[in-house]
Design a protein around this ligand. Structure first.
Ligand code: TXE
Length: 478
């Protein structure tokens, strides 16, 4: 069966962008054929989106608000189905697939903005003149999402874009189109105008056509830095503004006063066990105060050893495969290179899992100790179940090592010393700092990167303003 695109409210299975055999990472078997959007389908989607934007803005604010709430209710009714599609997409364990719930949470959060003030007025010279600062929708925006956390990223982009009054052309990764397409159908079932949310799975070519399209007034891109550079080049065609949510190599600082049992659990589940390390939020560099290094490492390795590896559809499983054969090859090569270059000491893992898991792309949770932060292992986003542990002597050295990276997405701090936590958080070059806390994508807080982890934000009022442009209106009252 061919999985089609959703353009202007219609399912299209014949497209000009070719097709993609969707491989289920847990078995290495094809589970769907996905039609990919070419420039023709992208153009049709943008045209239908402009018509839908006008229809959307012709509705009352109450109606738009209530439709987003209706959509959230519909997502709630389909949480199990969306969670299963999330697993079909990229074999993330069903126990983790709570990202479907994020879809509901972001929709409810941003429905609340639809009829709330987000403009202003300001006094000006001129006796009774009025100066209005309006925030207006762009019209049609392009949203490009990665395969990992695809529903969560869709939630954090599409909800604010719609609440701001835009129509959306959503291009999920060719590797994970299923849940996004189902979301597009739910938008229609909730009564949103056909074409308000178009879902056009495609690879690089379709993505490039979307970014270059003159009818796309803003692009929200989530993915890797290499692709982001291509997106920015394409966006230069029409000087289209871009939000970029990119990769990370986040540091997790374990201070000597931390609760080491809690820190070990948090570090494991925010590290190699988090979507098998395939998350931008993965804390892939663990920095431990020298006085508690050995104790922490023992506790950490014990927690890693409890990972339940297996069928992602099994609710007891917490650790699944990586996305593809090529990803597995890349990750194993990274491990081999780290061993041969003595980047650190391989403490556990490092191999592909066999037996009944041999057909899937399973790599053991892998931990290196005493890692050199200047090594490729510590400086490059591995995007797999591989973490590096390093020592530090004092707060200043911890901050220096943590910041010694081109990335700046997240940082994690484990300490019970509130003053230290705040002092260190202020010095860390990261868009999000989590103190004794896992990262989550709460709709209330802005999320995004410093340095080469990107620019722009999703979540909170900042996430809404990314989809609004400012117009100043001055009314002379002579
Ligand atoms: O990225 P890719 P992936 C990052 C994560 C990692 C990467 C993994 O850190 O670096 O994403 O996701 C489309 N023009 N984040 O492998 O390859 C492609 O089809 C336009 C950070 O998917 O960069 C896919 O839809 N589009 C994030 C999307 O770009 C193009 C959280 C991303 O693909 C294109 C999750 C082109 N030329 C992952 N080429 C965060 N910071 O929140 C490809 N694409």
């Amino acid at each position: 069966m061919t999985v089609g695109l959703l353009v202007g409210g219609e399912r299209i299975t014949q497209s000009t962008g070719g097709s993609h055999e969707h491989i289920y990472p847990a078995t290495g078997q094809s589970n769907e054929t996905v039609a990919l959007a070419g420039s023709q389908e992208i153009d049709r989607a943008v045209t239908s989106a402009w018509e839908a934007h006008r229809a959307w803005m012709a509705l009352t604010v109450d109606r738009r608000r209530d439709m987003l709430i209706d959509l959230a209710d519909l997502v709630h009714e389909h949480l199990d189905e969306l969670a299963r599609l999330n697993v079909d997409d990229y074999a993330v364990p069903i126990s983790f697939a709570g990202t479907a719930l994020l879809l509901e949470r972001f929709l409810r959060h941003y429905a609340g903005y639809v009829d709330k003030p987000h403009g202003a007025s300001t006094p000006v010279n001129g006796s009774f003149d009025v100066n209005l600062i309006e925030r207006e929708p762009y019209g049609v925006v392009g949203v490009i999402t990665p395969w990992n956390g695809a529903l969560a990223v869709t939630a954090s982009c599409v909800a604010p874009a719609l609440a701001a009054g835009n129509a959306v052309v959503l291009k999920p990764s060719e590797l994970a189109p299923l849940a996004a397409l189902r979301f597009g159908e739910l938008c229609l079932e909730a009564g949103l105008p056909p074409g308000l949310v178009n879902v056009v799975p495609a690879g690089a070519a379709g993505g490039d056509a979307l970014v270059r399209h003159a009818g796309i007034r803003k692009v929200h891109f989530t993915g890797g830095g290499a692709t982001a550079r291509k997106v920015l080049e394409a966006a230069a065609t029409n000087l289209t503004p871009v939000v970029a949510e990119l990769g990370g190599k986040s540091a997790n600082l374990i201070f000597e006063d931390a609760d080491l049992d809690a820190a070990a659990v948090l570090s494991a589940h925010q590290g190699p066990l988090m979507q098998s390390g395939q998350s931008c939020a993965c804390a892939s560099r663990i920095l431990v105060h020298e006085s508690v290094y050995d104790t922490f490492v023992d506790k950490f390795l014990s927690v890693i050893g409890t990972a339940q590896v297996g069928d992602p559809m099994d609710p007891a499983v917490s650790f699944g495969p990586v996305i593809s054969q090529s990803a597995a090859d890349r990750i194993l090569a990274t491990i081999d290179e780290a061993v041969s270059h003595r980047a650190g000491e391989l403490l556990v893992g490092g191999k592909r899992l066999g037996g009944k898991l041999a057909r899937g792309y399973y790599i053991e949770p892998t931990v290196f100790g005493a890692v050199d932060n200047a090594s490729a292992l510590a400086q490059t986003e591995t995007f797999g179940p591989v973490v590096s542990i390093m020592r530090f002597r004092d707060d200043a050295e911890a901050v220096r090592i943590a910041n010694d990276t081109v990335y700046g997405l997240n940082a994690f701090v484990q300490t019970n010393d509130l003053a230290r936590a705040h002092r260190v958080a202020r010095q860390l070059e990261a868009g999000s700092v989590w103190i004794n806390q896992f990262s989550d994508m709460s709709p209330q807080g802005p999320y995004g990167g410093y340095k080469q982890s990107g620019f722009g934000r999703t979540g909170g009022a900042e996430g809404l303003h990314e989809f609004l442009q400012i117009k100043n209106i001055r009314i002379g009252m002579r």
